[in-house]
Write a protein that binds this ligand. Structure first.
Ligand code: HEM
Ligand code: HEM
Length: 240
């Protein structure tokens, strides 16, 4: 039986998120926060600094920090995609929601009701619930698009030999009738979508941690998921 379908006994932890998934999640979260802040100031620089540009070099450092966080994000994303081929069943959930499975749709319906306060108890999931899978899938797709548009803009600025690989992103912008400026606009719209995801994500994980039937944030730290004692006691009473 795969780990996603285990029903644990009281006190029994199920190992859900392997080390590469956890380290990727927290590194990516830090990189994304750094990219939000530096990206915002690249687009809307402060105008009230006193001192010569040569001495301050403030925008230069901001852009440098953006690039460092960007390449951490890109390398992390590539490693995470590779890990989906080698990791456990939970490591593939955000890339491949089981939309062909009838039970997946039933779980999705029940999750939506739970988040709309229309049901009293959520179903227990060892991996991500279907709604989380969809949200996180969109988040990952958005991050990939941010990397591509970012690399397209980067190529136009540096002209570095290696980054000619990403000329195709600029070609795509020209093909749509636009130019590199459109890439910058798409890059910013991508950020707005990601900010919206992070706000919802934080709301949902904190709410689920407090009101749901399983551990969540500690699971993303230690890898182990525990079902709350009250629920496991009820389940085991049913089984006896
Ligand atoms: C979560 C991911 C990211 C966010 C939220 C983000 C956000 C932003 C924002 C808001 C801007 C300013 C756009 C404007 O002028 O209005 C920007 C600029 C830029 N970003 Fe990103 N970015 C991300 C990832 C990346 C990645 C992966 C790269 C790849 C190298 C990248 C490369 C660039 C470049 C080259 C610029 C233009 C810098 C300049 O004008 O000199 N970004 N980013
Ligand atoms: C920029 C910020 C963040 C982004 C883009 C983000 C994105 C994601 C993604 C893509 C996943 C799926 C992981 C996978 O299956 O590989 C995930 C899971 C998770 N994230 Fe975040 N995250 C962010 C910040 C946070 C923060 C600050 C917390 C803690 C308060 C958090 C808590 C969690 C938890 C608990 C899970 C697992 C949820 C579950 O068990 O179903 N995340 N996040």
């Amino acid at each position: 039986m795969d780990m996603l379908h285990i029903r644990p006994r009281p006190g029994q932890g199920v190992y859900v998120f392997e080390f590469p998934v956890r380290i990727w999640h927290w590194t990516m979260a830090l990189a994304v926060f750094a990219l939000f802040i530096t990206g915002h100031f690249i687009g809307k620089p402060l105008h009230t600094l006193s001192g010569g540009a040569d001495d301050l070099f403030y925008l230069g450092y901001t852009i440098m920090a953006h690039y460092i966080a960007a390449f951490i994000l890109i390398i992390g994303m590539v490693c995470r995609i590779i890990w989906a081929f080698f990791g456990n069943a939970a490591s593939r959930q955000i890339f491949l929601p089981r939309v062909w499975d009838k039970d997946w749709w039933a779980d999705l319906k029940s999750d939506i009701k739970w988040y709309l306060f229309l049901s009293k108890e959520p179903r227990i999931h060892m991996g991500h619930n279907p709604l989380a899978q969809l949200g996180m899938g969109v988040c990952v797709l958005d991050i990939v698009l941010m990397c591509l548009t970012g690399l397209g803009i980067y190529q136009s600025k540096t002209g570095d030999e290696f980054f000619h690989l990403f000329r195709f992103v600029q070609d795509f912008a020209y093909w749509t009738g636009g130019n590199v400026i459109d890439l910058v606009v798409w890059h910013r719209i991508g950020m707005v979508i990601l900010v919206a995801f992070v706000i919802l994500h934080l709301y949902m994980v904190i709410r689920e941690e407090l009101m749901g039937q399983t551990t969540l944030i500690s699971t993303m730290v230690s890898g182990f998921r525990l079902v709350r004692a009250a629920k496991t006691a009820k389940e085991s009473a049913k089984r006896q």
